[in-house]
Design a protein around this ligand. Structure first.
Ligand SMILES: Cc1cc2nc3c(=O)[nH]c(=O)nc-3n(C[C@H](O)[C@H](O)[C@H](O)COP(=O)(O)OP(=O)(O)OC[C@H]3O[C@@H](n4cnc5c(N)ncnc54)[C@H](O)[C@@H]3O)c2cc1C
Length: 400
């Protein structure tokens, strides 16, 4: 049976698209299969960290994203009783002495355009993968193409970048551990006010629950607030006539918990969301690997799934490239390469999940005594704003 590509990548989210682009730039033929024909509305990821920027720079797209985003150079930490410290991101090692904020659809658009430029035929939209079968010579991926017809694709290597409930992990019969956190959050993109400098992010550990504020391109600040157990959050969508809906609710909670007064006017997305953690039991089986949310899901409150996924993609692309060196790789050579990368990336994901879990727990509501202890501990932890381990903890350091 002929081969459609050296590598089939399933899922054209930020991770699958970055992986496909990397492999193409290394000379591999790639088919990137994406079930959707249009992008979903809303923005999830905004934070692009130095390690993620380094991966994107290797793909030739960092400059375009840098031009589209905002640079956060300082993280202000407030406790229940006011400021407790800060992180000086300008003390990060060069070249990226900041965290870039840019809406996920923009990031995905830049990656897709670069892939279309490098390999116009690589992306197949409307291609939904349902299963796969491995044999000594390769992998057959089965599913449906955009017109609904049954289809199969043949490749030497397959990578599942198909997100949280990916079909590839299911097809491999690889289990996962994890579940939902008890926390819920609401976020809204509101006009930026004068209270914080335009390169500052705020993390306020209020007694009623954390409030986070990140500058976004276009004079916007994204506010994220933890929803309390008794809070009645308005539905997403257009606000009722004369009311401010979810944006107003978020603005009111920010004001109540921090004293800052963002305008309750929606200038971007607003949504409420729960948070989860998942870790696949294995990241590779034979000629098939998993990357991104298909392999691991972290709490976005202090965890950065897209950046972690790009680090997976970079490691996988390098391993696949090395397996091809000299001659067409055998099945055992590919399996050994993917297994080694999978083990290394799984260790990194465990560390990232643990960090994200700690940061999520830090933002939970507490009583006055616990708040005082938390403020004191945080002030101690942040006493040196340039401290390398604190900077690494909040900027995805040490996870490559
Ligand atoms: C509120 C929120 C805020 C976040 N903020 C950040 C942040 O600031 N920084 C950060 O790094 N991360 C953040 N994240 C996490 C980030 O959004 C995800 O980790 C990231 O989208 C994962 O990318 P991915 O490519 O692995 O998966 P996805 O983005 O889920 O993409 C998977 C793709 O696979 C496709 N697909 C699924 N099944 C199939 C199939 N059977 N066949 C073909 N295609 C299929 C889907 O249509 C989709 O396009 C946030 C998440 C949330 C919810």
């Amino acid at each position: 049976m002929g081969r459609d590509a050296d590598v089939v990548v399933v899922g054209a989210g930020p991770v699958g698209t970055a992986l496909a682009l990397d492999l193409v730039r290394r000379g591999r033929s790639v088919r990137l299969l994406e079930a959707r024909t249009t992008r979903p509305p809303g923005s999830r990821a905004i934070g692009v960290h130095p390690a993620g920027l380094a991966v994107l720079d290797g793909l030739g797209v960092a400059d375009e994203l840098l031009a589209a985003g905002r640079r956060v150079r300082r993280g202000r930490a407030w406790g229940a009783a006011g400021p407790v410290g800060e992180l000086d991101l300008a003390a990060l090692p060069p070249p990226y002495r900041f965290v870039l904020t840019v809406p996920q659809p923009v990031t995905e658009g830049v990656l897709r355009a670069a892939l279309a430029n490098a390999a116009p035929e690589a992306l197949e939209l409307g291609a939904r993968v349902a299963g796969l079968a491995q044999d000594p010579d390769g992998v057959t991926v089965v599913g449906r193409s955009g017109d609904g017809a049954e289809r199969c694709w043949r490749a030497a290597v397959v990578v599942g970048c198909d997100g949280r409930d990916g079909a590839v992990r299911e097809a491999l019969r690889v289990g996962r551990r994890g579940g939902a956190y008890p926390d819920r959050f609401a976020m809204a993109d509101l006009p930026e006010g004068p209270e914080l400098a335009d390169d500052e992010a705020l993390i306020a550990l209020a007694r009623a629950g954390v409030v986070e504020g990140f500058p976004l391109p276009g004079g916007v600040r994204r506010w994220v607030v933890r929803v309390g157990r008794d809070d009645d959050v308005p539905p997403e969508g257009a606000p009722p006539a004369g009311g401010h809906g979810l944006a107003g609710w978020v603005a009111e909670r920010v004001a109540r918990r921090t004293g800052l007064r963002p305008q309750p006017e929606l200038v971007g997305g607003a949504s409420a969301f729960g948070v989860e953690r998942w870790l696949a039991d294995r990241f590779a089986v034979g000629r098939v690997a998993l990357a991104g949310d298909a392999a691991h899901v972290l709490s976005p409150i202090g965890g950065q799934g897209m950046n972690l996924g790009w680090l997976d993609a970079a490691a996988l692309a390098a391993a696949v490239d090395a397996a091809w060196e000299g001659s067409e790789p055998t099945g055992p050579r590919i399996a050994a390469a993917l297994d080694a990368v999978g083990r290394q990336r799984r260790r990194a994901a465990r560390r990232a999940i643990a960090r994200a879990a700690g940061n999520t727990a830090l933002g939970r509501p507490v009583g006055p005594a616990a708040a005082a202890v938390r403020d004191a501990l945080l002030a101690r932890y942040l006493r040196r704003p340039w401290d390398a381990s604190a900077l690494a903890r909040f900027t995805m350091g040490g996870l490559a």
